[in-house]
Write a protein that binds this ligand. Sequence first.
Ligand SMILES: O=C(O)CCC(=O)C(=O)O
Ligand SMILES: [Fe+2]
Length: 331
Amino acid sequence: MSTAAAPVRQLDERTVSELREAAEQILAESDTSTPSPPLLRRVEQAAAAFGDALRHHCRPVDTADGLFVLRGIDVDDDALGPTPDDWATAGESGARYDVQLLLLAAVMGNPLAWKGQQDGRFVHNIVPSAGHESEQTGASSTVLLSPHTEDAFHPGRAHLLMLCCLRNHDAVATTAASIRRTRLADEDIAVLTRPVAPILPDDAYTAAQSYTAQAPPAVPALFATDAGLTLRFDPAYTPLDPADAAYRAAYARLTAELARVSVAVRLAPGEVLVVDNDLVVHGRVPFQARYDGSDRWLKRALVRVPGRRSRPLAEAGEHGYGQAALEAHTS
Ligand SMILES: O=C(O)CCC(=O)C(=O)O
Ligand SMILES: [Fe+2]
C-alpha cells in the first residue's frame, strides 16, 4: 500500500471562521445538538448562504483519486474532552464539529442518515469500542477493516462519505482505493458489470440482516458511465456461491487491483476526508485501542448528491433489506 498524499484543499482562515461561526450560531439557537428537523433546516439555510470560497472547496472530486482532504478546521485537543468509549454514549460530545461537518455536507448535497444506524443520527461517532475489536464496523480496531463501498447493500447509499478527524494520536490510516486507478482487462470489466452475486447488509445493520421478506438481489460490482467506471464492492458481505469460475477469477483480479492502488490516509485533527463512494472503496488498518479517553475519534457524515448518474437504473427496484434512508432536506 502506498502512502501517496491525497489531494488537499486548504481552507483559508476566513472560510474556517465562516464555518465555525455558522455552527456556533446554530448551536446557540438549538436546545439540542442532536440533529432534529429544525436544526437540519437551519443547517440547510446556513449552507445556502456560504460564500463562493467554501463552495469551491466543496466541489466534486476532480481527480482519479476519487477523494480529497479538506484541511483547516481547528480542533483544540484539550477543550475537546475525552474520546467517547462507544458511539452509544457519545451524547453531545464534539457537537460543534457535528454541526460544522453537517454544514459542509449540506454544501455538497443532501445529508443522509439511517434509521437503523447509530440511532438515526446524521453524524456518526467512529471510535474503537471494547468488545467490538474484531468486527467489520467502525467500532473495531485490532482487525483490518477490509475495503468496502459504504452501505453497499442498499440502493439509497451515500454518494459521498465524509470523515472528520478530531483525534488520531497514533496516526492510524484510513485506506482508500479508486476504481479509476485500476487496470482491468475489458473482458473482466464485461464480466463484473453483470449482476451475479448479492451484497448482504453489514454488521452495523442487525435488523436488515434478519430481513427475509424477499430474496437478496444480485448486483453488478462495476458500472460503466460516460465519465468512467463506478463500483459497488464489499467482498466481506458478498457470497460468491452463485458465481461461476470465470466470475470468481475476475472478482479476484478486481480485488487485487484495488489492493495494488490502495493508499493510506493518516488523518490529522481538523482534516475532513471526502470519499466519492461510487469511485473509491475505503477501509482502515488494524490498531491497538487505548481505552483511556485519548483514542482515535472521527465524525462521519453521509451525503446524497441529487441528479447523479453513477449507478445502474435497475437499483431503483431493490428492496434494500427493509432499511430506510432518511434525507435531511426533503424539499
Ligand atoms: O475508521 C476509518 O478510518 C474508516 C471507518 C469506516 O469504514 C467508516 O467510517 O465508514
Ligand atoms: Fe466504512
